[in-house]
Ligand binder design. Sequence first.
Ligand code: LCS
Length: 403
Amino acid sequence: MENIKDTFFETKCVHAGIKDYEYGPVVPPIYQTSTFKFKSAGHGAALFAGEDKGYIYTRMGNPTIEAMEDSIAELEGGHKALGCGSGMAAVHTVFAALTQTGDHIVCSRAVYGPTTTLLNSVMKRYGVETTFVDASNLDEVINAVTPKTRLIFIETPGNPTLSISDIKAIAAIAHNAGALLVVDNTFMSPALQKPFEFGADIILHSMTKFLNGHADVVGGVVVVKNEEMYREFRRVLNQIGGVIDPFNSFLVHRGIKTLALRMQQHCQSATAIAGYLENHPAVKKVMFPGLRSHPQYSLAQKQQKGPGGLIAIELKGGFRAGQNMMNNVKIFQLAVSLGGVESLIQHPASMTHASMECETRRAAGICDGLVRLSVGIENINDLINDLERSLEKVHDKTSVAVS
Ligand code: LCS
């Protein structure tokens, strides 16, 4: 579509990235091919030399992948995007492209468990050191930066505690130190948060979550702001090989068409559920950026267009009560991942964040009793009734609190 830049977000969701293709399809065809024919030996050489535009080999580029990448770059307000085989491939590509032996990273403690583990294992083995901080405390971030810091990495809201970091303030800290700010925007999607508007340098997503939205793809994406960085990241991704394939790209691109609508419903239903849980006698604490009780409620109001669809809760009965709740829900599915149309429930300490060492996990605020909900788009009455029934059982068995 022409003039896509002048359209509103909902229109971009439907049309961004789509070009003209042979036969005039309204959605991008799936170019399910590993390689592309050259017209002549000279043409092949010119493509490899970058003198001619076109496709060579799907690890290096493919029209279906590119359509999805362009749509996300447009939605995030970036220059270009790089589709990756998973969110973790996106995280790794960023670290591999930006650091070398002797460099230092400052990373928020409130990030997806395997991101912490990647920094503490592979990146450490390559001689890249990381300092983990409570990124909602700016003094901690400032104090952690050293002359060797290449990047600051945050997730906001963080997985799974939903603590919020000030993107604008942390971008300023990074830039003062000659470092870059990388924001994992998975929990918000560009429908609810635009990190580039607050000074972030690189955005990444697990597309497995809200961007795709239908729990049928594993994928990731990195979005950059200029051509120089894009070329460097593309070179590294080509070498690492962690690319996405055409079919999964097609599915993500299809999912994005309803992103704006889905995010509205996730926010609305999660807000209703968080309010319900906050008043429930079996619940000790609810962490949700849309509640006034959230410690960074006012920052969330400034930085986010909505609270998102994730809720973390602690039950008065601790871990046992949480297990009971998870074993008794019927509509919420007991499964990891998040951001799909179906509601999910899981236990971070024994599931998504189990790869972290116990002490690291507790320092990140992930107590053993924490349960995470990803609120889908089912009817809100069904969802609340499901929680009501499961919490009745929890409450009966744990009326004496044992957290
Ligand atoms: N970043 C965030 C914020 C995530 O939540 C995840 C996955 C990743 C990166 C990695 O993405 P993947 O490689 O799985 O596409 N989060 C998960 C979670 O909370 N439950 O299961 C996966």
